[in-house]
Design a binder for this molecule. Sequence first.
Ligand SMILES: N[C@@H](CCC(=O)N[C@@H](CS)C(=O)NCC(=O)O)C(=O)O
Length: 226
Amino acid sequence: MLQFYYNPRSPMARRVWVTLLEKEIPFEPILLNLNGDQMQPEFLAINPFHHVPVIIDDGFRVIESLAIMDYLEAKYPTPAMLPKEAQALATVRAVQMVTNNELLPQIITMMYEDASSPKFIQAKEHVNKVFKFLTEILGENSYFGSDRLTLGDIVVGGAISLFVKSGISLKHYPKLNDWFERLMQREAWRQTELSQEEFEQFKRVLKILRARKLSQASSKVVTSVV
Ligand SMILES: N[C@@H](CCC(=O)N[C@@H](CS)C(=O)NCC(=O)O)C(=O)O
């Protein structure tokens, strides 16, 4: 059976978790506590970059959430979640990449900076630009690039849920808000949604992981200078 290495508070793992549930693929969940399990030699042998999610399917290991989703789509094509038509396919990939490159980097600032700080205000402006773009791209469709759920919706939806949990409202974007509510009514989303308390725990763990990353980066600089 497919093995799924995850943590329920990881937004990247949630993408894969939702994909597995939406496609009704049987899997064995393997829970990692991100306060150290990911650094154990057994897991580093599976993913040297110490990140969840990872899957192992028929002995084949896949890392990186987007790669895993593409793999699942190709290996388990029903229900189809990646359109074949050129424009729709480009739409799905574009919203996935905009989420990774433009939206998610802002959440860190918005979670930890004071709401009146210049950094927060700048991040919020960028988020509004992304929300406006997503509204235009969604158009009259029920989902991104399709009238059925796509892998684009899964990536955007997981990210937007973090903003909503952080108190960022979609009220100025009614179409996006309707789309988000539609998504959150689906069983796979209900099942994987964090409570507010779990979200606060996620923020604490993220803070520790970021501090560790920053200190590793600064010790690398010292090493390279020496
Ligand atoms: N680019 C990776 C990022 C995965 C990632 O950042 N995972 C985080 C949890 S959301 C993690 O496992 N962090 C543990 C660590 O950095 O040690 C993906 O999309 O799968």
